[in-house]
Every structure is written in C-alpha cells, then in structure tokens.
Design a protein around this ligand. Sequence first.
Ligand SMILES: Cc1cc2nc3c(=O)[nH]c(=O)nc-3n(C[C@H](O)[C@H](O)[C@H](O)COP(=O)(O)O)c2cc1C
Length: 315
Amino acid sequence: MRNNALKIGNIELCSRAVFAPMAGYSDLGARYLARLYGAGLTTSEMVSAKGLIYDNKETKKLLDKTEIETPFAAQLFAHEPEILHKAVGLLPDGIDIIDINMGCPAPKIVKNGEGSALLKDPALAGELVAAAVSASARPVTVKMRLGFENGDFVADKVARVVEKAGASAVTVHGRYREQMYSGQVDKKAIRAVRDAVGIPLIANGDVRSVKDYERMLEETHADGVMIGRGALGNYRIFADISGKRVDRTEKEDILLQIEFLKREYPERIVVNLMKSHVSAYASGKAGVAKEIRDRVHHATNYAELLAIVDEYFAN
Ligand SMILES: Cc1cc2nc3c(=O)[nH]c(=O)nc-3n(C[C@H](O)[C@H](O)[C@H](O)COP(=O)(O)O)c2cc1C
C-alpha cells in the first residue's frame, strides 16, 4: 500500500476514498453527504458531451454541484474526439477534474461506441483523452472496466495509452463489460493495471465496509478506492474510513437529500429519486427492509414519502 496522499494532477484529495458516479443515484444530495462524511472526491453522473454542445438543459443540470464539493469531477461520455473537445470547452466553472467514461456497460451507450465499447479501441480512447487534455488546463481522468468480453483483459493496455495521451489518473472497476455487475471483482487484474502505469490508480468494485476498503488497497496496491453502491444509504462509510466524526441521524440525512433534490426537480421526480435512496437506507434495517421498500415504492407525493421516513427512521 502506498502511503502518500492521492493526488490527481495538482489536486490533492483529503481522502483516498472517493464516491462513485452513479446515474440516478449520485445526485446533489447523495454527493453532499458523501463529501460531508469525508469522501475525497465526488463526480457527476455521466453526462453526454453531445448534450452539452446542444445546450440541453437537463444535461447541464447534471453538472450542478453543492457548495462543499471541491474538488468536483464532471464525467463525460463521448466517442468523437472533436465533440468531446468542444464539450470540455463549455464546462462551467467549479469543475476541477474531467473524467471520461470508458466503463458504462449499458447497451444504448455501447451501441454508440461509447462507455465500455471504447475498451475495444484503445487508439480512440487515447484520442479522446488527448482531445479533452488539449481543451482544458484541468486534469483529465478515465474510468474503465477490465475489458469488454469476459477474460479479454485490456485495461493495462488502455491505461498505458491514456496515460501517454495525458490522463492524470485511471479508475478501474474490476469487472468485464460482459459481466455487467455479476461475479467477483478481480483484484489481481486491477493490480496488473496498477503496475502498468505511473499515474495514480483508483480501484473500484464491491467495497461495502472499512475492511473491504483496506483489503482493496492492500491487494491492488491502488492509490485510492472508489465506493459506489456500498455508500448508498451508508454515506458514513467515508467517515469510518477517514476517522471523521459526524453526528447526524439517518433521518436527517434523508431529509437533507430531499431538500437538495427539491432545489433541482419537481415533486414527482424528487419522490421517484428518493424511492431508490430510501430503499438503500432500508437495507440497513433488518426485519423491516422489505416493508419500507414496498411502501416507498407506492409513494406518489411528499406527504406519503415523509410519513414513511417519520415512521421508520428515528429523529
Ligand atoms: C445504478 C448505477 C449507475 C451507475 N452509473 C455510472 C455512471 O454514470 N458513470 C460511471 O462511470 N459508472 C457508473 N456506475 C458504475 C459505478 O460507478 C461503479 O463502477 C460500480 O457500481 C462498481 O462499484 P461499486 O461496487 O462500489 O458500486 C453505475 C453503477 C450503478 C449501480
């Protein structure tokens, strides 16, 4: 395990544990809590470079951040270097790092040659990084998987190409695209990527406890660890890792998430987004988890949502 702090370009993070970008989950409220509890970095949900160029309002909204999110990374997806170059030039102030998505397994992204499809074309992956680097003075990072088809390990090669193109760090989710989210994370393969490049490497996949975090650092020799699903409804995992003390109840956290979402969205969307978040908090409640999930699933307005929060989460 490396003892120096995690530094991306010239930006030093306060913790080696960072919060993962997750479409539909890593919204402002979730990221605020991750950061409050001690995550070293938060990242936007994946944002379409084309959407930015077309000035799409909903796309731009995804780049709004909270007042405590510094440093903050914007994650973009694209397959055309010139589009990415333009989109990076349009990014608002307040974005410190640009991350390029080379890991998304969703068919609608892959069929456009974006996300994990880029693992099949390392040269294009390099051109995309070079295009982003030439458009901005901010550090550019890449988030990828081990490869596309099961067992076809290419992340070491892609990492070398993007490092050469100017990337300041890589994050590796230790699964292949074909696996989606099934099977085990291959830590040995993540370590092979670590050994292939000189830039910082952030290891990702299935970290749900401080013990998992420590094991990930130890077995991969990574410089940092990205935590996604294991932090949902459990943002205090970052406090447990960093030793930061934060005195808050789960109920306060849930209400805060609702307030942040209200700033951005109408009631119907806030309630829908909160269904997933409240279900994540419910996972920690043995005996009533299913009941909470079933009830929140049927909530249609704030009054119903808040009644469920009041009933199951103590002040
Ligand atoms: C619902 C969901 C949405 C996700 N959205 C994104 C995304 O927008 N960008 C990205 O790079 N990864 C995305 N991911 C992948 C996560 O960032 C992460 O790599 C993956 O969940 C493995 O880490 P974990 O086991 O800690 O969750 C998403 C994952 C999930 C479950």
